[in-house]
Design a protein around this ligand. Structure first.
Ligand SMILES: NC(=O)c1ccc[n+]([C@@H]2O[C@H](COP(=O)([O-])OP(=O)(O)OC[C@H]3O[C@@H](n4cnc5c(N)ncnc54)[C@H](OP(=O)(O)O)[C@@H]3O)[C@@H](O)[C@H]2O)c1
Length: 277
């Protein structure tokens, strides 16, 4: 079974942009609430803070699923492996549970970095490997390039964004999706529909949004600094949205709202062109 769908790991606790004491407090609350999967990245410059916070936590390493991501600047033969070793040192672990390529390279040729990623896993630096921000075409290439299973493509996924092409690619390639910006950094709360649906189930708008993501077959990744929100985001396994409510939320994706694109991250793929293929 996919690591992101085992032992509570379908719900990861994201750590961007947290650092220092704020990160430690949020992470300790998340572990206390029940989170066991943690998402960080070289780019977040908080791996050492995550490592420190986990050292001070009561949860044994064997129960944790730690994901980190390799920065595209490190996608060279000289830099890739040493950068992962540095990540593990900062995290104070011997092996990442999941190692992702954070972004596709700007030239669009994903093959060399995929091969470096597979090598890192073969060297024992990662139990599982995956990618992030890959277009559907890149998912096909990844599938065709590697023998090692790719456990996820972590992408922006929430009800204000049409990710039908991405879901179809996940089915075609067998590479499951996991989400980021799952509550669209708060934008979903501007739409009353999620509150309205939540009332039927005695749930909050955030819980409805996260449950919709899970019922799409996508693992969720959320970040919050507040205990009430961290608890709510974790409590999404004990109710099911009806197909009518799923369809009502599906209709929201027509708004096409994307947070992470070239305006925010200049090296993002051209998502509109990618969806059209
Ligand atoms: N692979 C990538 O390229 C990529 C890109 C972006 C993010 N990520 C990862 O994905 C994680 C999550 O994404 P994100 O943090 O960007 O976006 P997000 O989870 O959509 O939004 C986080 C924001 O939403 C608020 N929030 C969370 N739960 C809430 C709730 N139940 N009710 C009300 N407000 C709530 C939080 O505020 P409060 O603190 O006030 O609760 C926080 O400001 C990141 O931490 C990071 O690990 C990956």
């Amino acid at each position: 079974m996919n690591i992101y769908f085992q032992n509570a790991c379908e719900r990861s606790f994201g750590t961007y942009p947290l650092k220092g004491e704020e990160l430690a407090n949020a992470l300790h609350t998340a572990l206390d609430v029940g989170y066991r999967a943690i998402d960080t990245a070289q780019m977040y410059e908080n791996e050492a803070d995550v490592g420190d916070a986990l050292r001070g936590a009561a949860v044994p390493r064997s129960q944790l699923c730690i994901t980190t991501k390799v920065h595209p600047d490190n996608f060279t033969v000289e830099r890739f492996m040493p950068s992962v070793e540095e990540s593990l040192k900062r995290l104070r672990i011997d092996q990442a549970d999941v190692l992702l390529l954070h972004w596709p390279p700007t030239d669009g040729n994903v093959v060399p970095s995929l091969k470096l990623l597979e090598k890192a896993a073969q060297a024992g630096l990662a139990r599982h490997i995956g990618v992030s921000n890959y277009t559907p075409a890149m998912m096909e290439t990844a599938r065709a390039t590697l023998d090692t299973p790719i456990v996820t493509n972590q992408v922006e996924f929430h009800p204000l964004l049409d990710q039908q092409a991405m879901l179809r690619a996940a089915t075609r390639t067998g590479i499951p999706l996991s989400s980021y910006c799952s509550v669209a950094r708060g934008e979903v709360f501007k739409h009353r529909i999620f509150d309205d649906i939540g009332k039927t189930y005695g749930r909050t708008a955030a819980q409805v949004v996260l449950r919709w993501i899970l019922q799409k077959g996508v693992a969720i990744n959320t970040m919050s600094t507040k205990r009430a929100n961290i608890e709510a985001n974790f409590q999404v396994m004990d109710f099911t949205l009806s197909s009518v409510d799923m369809d009502r939320i599906d209709a929201m994706t027509k708004t096409g709202y994307r947070i992470v694109d070239k305006r925010l991250v200049p090296w993002s793929p051209d998502w509109d062109a990618a969806a059209a293929t």
